[in-house]
Ligand binder design. Structure first.
Ligand code: SAH
Length: 221
C-alpha cells in the first residue's frame, strides 16, 4: 500500500514534471534515458515536505546538515556525461546525500556503490530508495576520499561534492576505459570535468562551471 508520501498531490503532477523535462531539453540534455529518469523519479520524496512544493524547480535545495539536493540539470548533465562514452556496469558515487542522483542513475547501470560521510543522510537515502524499490545500490558510511577499494575497478565514478583535486585513490579504482565525472575547485570557482582513463594517461575534458558543496574529510553521525 502507498503511504501518504507516495500519494498523488498537485505538485507532483505530470505537468509540473514535464515542464522540468522540457527546460532541461532546452538547455541541451538530449539523452532520452536521462530525461525519462528526470520525468519518473519523484524528486519531492528526497526532501522535506516543507520544501516539496519546489521539488520540480531546477534548483538545488537544502536537505539538512548543511547539504543540498543537487539541481536537476546538473544531475542530468552528470548522468549523460557518464553514459555518453559507453555502457557503465559498475558505478561508484561519492556523496550519496539524499540519494536523488543515485536514483536517477540506478536503472541505467548494473550496480551502484555509493558512499556518504554523514550517517543520518545515508540512512534516510537508504529508506527512500527502498521505498522506491531500487535494489541495485550498495551503501557505505565512509570518507569517500579513499573510495571503495574492495569493489574496484569501476567503469564509472561520480563525485557529487567538490574536491580541490580528485583524490588519487579514485583514479586508481577507475577501470581502464572508465570515466570519472567530478566538480573540482574551491567555492565559487568550480568546474565540472570528465576524466577518461587510458592505458597510459588520463584525459580531462571540461563540461563547464558548476557549484557544489565541498568534499570534506572524516565521518559524521
Ligand atoms: N548526490 C546528492 C547531492 C549530494 S550533496 C543528490 O543527488 O542530491 C554532497 C554530499 O556529499 C553531501 O551529502 C555530503 O555529506 C557528501 N560528502 C562530502 N564529503 C564527502 C566525503 N569525503 N565522503 C563521502 N561523502 C561526502
Amino acid at each position: 500500500m502507498e503511504g501518504p508520501r507516495l500519494s498523488g498531490i498537485g505538485m507532483t503532477s505530470a505537468r509540473t514534471r514535464e515542464r522540468l523535462v522540457q527546460r532541461l531539453q532546452e538547455q541541451g540534455i538530449a539523452d532520452r534515458r536521462v530525461l525519462d529518469r528526470i520525468r519518473n523519479v519523484p524528486r519531492h520524496l528526497f526532501m522535506d515536505e516543507a520544501l516539496a512544493s519546489r521539488a520540480y524547480e531546477d534548483t538545488a535545495l537544502p536537505i539538512g546538515f548543511g547539504q543540498t539536493i543537487s539541481q536537476p540539470y546538473v544531475v542530468a548533465r552528470m548522468t549523460e556525461a557518464l553514459l555518453e562514452a559507453g555502457e557503465v556496469r559498475h558505478a561508484l558515487e561519492i556523496g550519496t546525500g539524499c540519494g536523488y542522483q543515485t536514483a536517477v542513475l540506478s536503472p541505467l547501470v548494473e550496480k551502484i556503490y555509493t558512499i556518504e560521510r554523514i550517517a543520518s543522510l545515508l540512512g534516510r537515502a537508504r529508506r527512500t530508495l527502498r521505498e522506491l524499490r531500487i535494489r541495485n545500490v550498495n551503501f557505505r558510511h565512509d570518507d569517500g576520499n579513499v573510495g571503495w577499494a574492495a569493489r574496484a575497478p569501476y567503469d564509472g565514478i561520480l563525485l557529487t561534492a567538490a574536491p580541490h583535486a580528485v583524490p588519487p585513490a579514485l583514479f586508481e579504482q577507475l577501470a581502464v576505459g572508465g570515466r570519472l565525472i567530478a566538480p573540482v575547485g574551491p567555492d565559487g570557482r568550480q568546474e565540472l570535468y570528465r576524466y577518461t582513463k587510458g592505458d597510459t594517461r588520463i584525459e580531462r575534458q571540461s563540461l563547464g562551471p558548476v557549484s557544489f558543496v565541498p568534499l570534506l574529510s572524516g565521518l559524521q553521525r
